[in-house]
Design a protein around this ligand. Structure first.
Ligand code: OGA
Ligand code: MN
Length: 300
């Protein structure tokens, strides 16, 4: 074993020691990392002074990396290459964003519990977030273990929700934050999509709740009734026993499994201090509803 993993939380979140991700990751080493990732759902690597190119290369070992959606940031000049999501409060000249800059609204929406890209037909498998500059206080990220949350549900609830399908839309979560300034192009590019409510993890076989701020309603249910169920499950899954809070240090790289965890940003003095993180997002293979239908089909 080249790596050692120490759990930071009783349920999930492993801190990995003994890896320098700025050096080539061999297939054997990646197999160890991947096994740890499946077990702990989230991995933290400290002290990784990675370039964007190195981050993209490492991310690709997990699967195909998403590139920026065309219309999402159409009005601004990008600070980073197309594979990097810019989780920062600075512009391409390195200045703090203006108070009314749209990018501030987008980043603020990260303060709602979510998992990345559930609003895309093929959602995200995992995300890799690299800390480049961290404010002196605040700006922690919280994570929730959705496998443990599912396991803790009463059996009647598990039976009731097992086959439900949820509609997700980025416009739903952004509207919750009071932001509605999307172009028609964005709306065409990111139509609402469907995802299962309970996901079985392909590597571990464990079930997890699959919800997010983008989860709008349950297909086939009255909208309000579906919303109530989603809100209830969000509240249940983010109880303190399922949550780990990470205090960032520069050089931290965290990989989280979007199929079985949620996360949210926490506030900091965003008009006074810089917070700069770079995210790569790895795509899943297939839409979660299509995956289940395909499995049922091949089992029949
Ligand atoms: C993200 C995200 C949270 C944070 O990068 O996907 O939600 O704390 N970030 O910045
Ligand atoms: Mn996110």
């Amino acid at each position: 074993m080249a790596i050692t993993v120490k759990r930071s939380h009783p349920l999930f979140f492993g801190e990995v020691d003994g890896v320098d991700l700025t050096r080539p990751v061999t297939p054997d080493l990646f197999a160890e990392i991947d096994a740890a990732f499946n077990e702990h759902a989230i991995l933290l690597f400290r002290g990784q002074a990675m370039s964007d190119a190195q981050q993209v290369e490492f991310s690709k070992l997990f699967g195909p990396v998403f590139t920026a959606t065309k219309y999402h940031w159409a009005k601004q000049e990008r600070r980073l290459r197309a594979e990097m999501a810019d989780i920062s409060n600075i512009d391409h000249d390195g200045r703090l964003l203006a108070e009314d800059d749209e990018r501030r609204f987008h980043n603020r929406a990260n303060q709602l519990w979510h998992t990345d890209n559930t609003f895309k037909h093929v959602p995200a498998r995992c995300s890799l977030l690299s800390a480049r500059e961290i404010p002196s206080a605040g700006g922690d990220t919280e994570f929730a273990d959705m496998r443990a949350a599912y396991d803790a549900l009463p059996e009647t609830r598990k039976r009731e929700i097992g086959d439900l399908i949820v509609e997700h839309s980025i416009f739903y979560s952004r509207t919750k934050m009071g932001f509605a300034g999307y172009t028609d192009g964005a709306r065409t590019e990111l139509p609402p999509v469907q995802q299962v409510l309970v996901r079985r993890h392909p590597a571990t076989g464990r079930n997890a709740l699959y919800i997010a701020s983008h989860a709008s309603h349950i297909i086939g249910w009255p909208v309000e009734k579906g919303r109530q169920l989603i809100e209830e499950l969000l509240a249940f899954a983010t109880q303190p026993q399922f949550v780990h809070r990470h205090r960032w240090r520069e050089g931290d790289l965290i990989v989280w499994d979007n199929r079985c965890t949620m996360h949210r940003a926490t506030p900091y003095d965003e008009m006074g201090e810089r917070r700069v993180l770079h995210r790569t997002t790895v795509s899943d293979e297939i839409n979660s509803v299509e995956r289940v239908r395909g499995q049922r089909h091949s089992a029949a």
